[in-house]
Design a protein around this ligand. Structure first.
Ligand code: BTN
Length: 251
């Protein structure tokens, strides 16, 4: 992998065989890690997903990747980070020939209506102060035919491309994309990524439902606003929604 990075002399990377969670590895070492440091593993025994879910992580079947980044500006600067990482994953997939990859707010990656990758960003720090970020990406490369524990429609790179995947090449492409993306994001925030995100929005102009606790809101997906909030057009007009506890489903 290191040999294929744009900046191999500065390859801050560790590849592990088995780990509880690559996000956990970064968390435990983050104070001593440089920005852009990546941990990859062949398998995870306690892979984590969003909303406290488990991320099924069989050996050698996927890419389990976590990257460290420290933000000097604190939380305020992080609005939209999850959307930006979604765009980076879509761009990396395009470079390998998966041109139809789409984003589902806030940051799932879908192909042909099935989930290909998930992103879990964990942040530690205080408002306005330095904060440590773990950017975790789980991407299905070649899952065994029936992974019964996955509770939603999913796909993998091998079935989309109908060929064996060079995981090292893909990892290098993804890491290069993440590094470039984070540099742009640190300098310019979410703004440069809004148009690419909208272009890849799986729910653009489609009927959707937002589930917020016990409440369901139905309407038409209208992309995102400048802060990264999801826009939905309901009978009362266009409303913006932001927050970690929202799930988006087809309407
Ligand atoms: C989701 O729920 O969609 C997000 C899944 C994120 C999984 C990845 S796999 C690498 C990293 N380590 C973890 O424990 N989780 C993330």
């Amino acid at each position: 992998i290191a040999a294929q990075l744009s900046n191999p002399g500065n390859a801050n990377l560790i590849v592990l065989n088995v780990i509880d969670s690559t996000n956990q590895y970064i968390k435990e070492h983050q104070t001593e890690l440089p920005n852009g440091f990546v941990c990859l593993a062949e398998a995870q025994t306690a892979g984590r997903g969003r909303h406290g879910r488990k991320w099924v992580s069989p050996y050698g079947a996927s890419m389990y990747l976590s990257m460290h980044w420290t933000f000097a500006l604190g939380y305020q600067a992080l609005n939209g980070l999850s959307l930006v990482i979604g765009v980076a994953v879509v761009e990396a997939l395009k470079k390998l020939g998966i041109v139809e990859a789409q984003v589902k707010w806030p940051n799932d990656i879908y192909v042909q209506g099935k989930k290909l990758a998930g992103i879990l960003i964990e942040v530690e720090g205080q408002m306005g102060a330095t904060c440590q970020c773990v950017i975790g990406i789980g991407l299905n490369v070649a899952l065994p035919t029936s992974v019964t524990q996955i509770d939603q429609p999913y796909t993998d790179m091998q079935s989309i491309l109908e060929q064996d995947i060079d995981r090292n090449r893909f990892a290098a492409t993804l890491i290069n994309e993440l590094h470039t993306t984070m540099e742009v994001f640190e300098k310019s925030g979410l703004q440069p990524f809004i148009a690419p995100w909208q272009a890849a929005d799986v729910y653009a102009n489609k009927a959707i439902k937002l589930i917020i606790g016990q409440k369901t809101i139905e309407g038409i997906g209208r992309g995102i606003d400048n802060s990264g909030a999801l826009l939905i057009e309901t009978a009362e007009g266009v409303r913006a929604y932001q927050g970690g506890e929202i799930s988006v489903r087809p309407g």
